[in-house]
Write a protein that binds this ligand. Structure first.
Ligand SMILES: O=P(O)(O)OC[C@H]1O[C@H](OP(=O)(O)OP(=O)(O)O)[C@H](O)[C@@H]1O
Ligand SMILES: O=c1cc[nH]c(=O)[nH]1
Ligand SMILES: [Mg+2]
Length: 227
């Protein structure tokens, strides 16, 4: 269900996941008329689909399983499930769906807010599980724009000892993919789409707007309603 994967001349660190359900959900996420509740649910569904692809090649081991009828050899995960790390806020939307697949996986949080003028991320929270060194990490952030936030988040995960990091994102911009690839070339990005470009404000075009605001209803519309 994957295409792109550094294949066919694409960036070597990017895997664009192709799946009919994923395209359908992405169309609705992009639609400016999709309300916040539906947006958050769709983000979760996209997270689950991307997580299936990003965990496809986790290390496996063989064990014996006794069914009601016979004992057989079976493949199971060789290592504990990876840690799930949403970048606040928008990554929380992806987390809801990924957690359905891996309910026992520990969850770390990295809070970053991109300065609207400089486009640099400001870190306001880091809470990571102590045993990150025994696990890989799935970094969850729907938007990879300039790449500044992703580069900072991956640096935190490496400092904390994560043996590997894969990023799940909904929409990636070429600039962000290149910047993350330059800083952390071993980090693979699993995205639903590679879009055209960034605009002057650092927003992805065509993109889907401000993912955090749409997810939590805090955009212009939400503020008006809440005022
Ligand atoms: O690649 P970059 O240029 O760094 O931009 C991407 C970041 O911007 C958004 O978060 P934002 O700062 O808007 O925070 P929010 O989720 O709280 O709205 C998004 O969720 C990423 O974390
Ligand atoms: O297009 C963009 C870029 C950064 N952050 C978002 O939420 N959307
Ligand atoms: Mg935002």
């Amino acid at each position: 269900m994957s295409g792109g994967a550094g294949a066919a001349g694409g960036p070597p660190n990017l895997r664009v996941v192709r799946h009919a359900l994923l395209s359908d959900r992405l169309a609705r996420l992009r639609d400016a008329a999709t309300p916040s509740g539906a947006f958050r649910r769709l983000l979760g569904e996209v997270g689950a689909i991307l997580a299936v692809e990003a965990t496809r090649a986790l290390d496996e081991a063989e064990t014996a399983v006794a069914t009601p009828l016979a004992t057989m050899r079976h493949r199971v995960l060789a290592a504990p499930e990876p840690c799930l790390v949403p970048v606040l806020r928008a990554g929380l939307g992806l987390l809801e769906g990924v957690r359905r697949l891996m309910p026992e996986a520990p969850v770390g949080h990295i809070g970053l807010l991109r300065d609207e003028a400089t486009l640099r991320p400001r870190e306001y929270l880091v809470r990571l599980p102590r045993d990150l060194g025994r696990r890989g990490a799935l970094l969850l952030d729907p938007m990879l724009a300039t790449g500044g936030s992703a580069v900072a988040a991956v640096a935190r995960l490496k400092e904390a000892g994560a043996p590997w990091v894969r990023m799940l994102c909904v929409v990636a911009a070429p600039e962000g993919v290149a910047r993350l690839g330059a800083a952390h070339p071993e980090v693979e990005v699993f995205a639903a789409a590679l879009d055209e470009r960034l605009d002057a404000r650092g927003f992805i075009v065509p993109g889907l707007g401000d993912a955090g605001d749409r997810c939590f209803g805090t955009g212009a519309e939400g503020r008006r309603q809440g005022a």
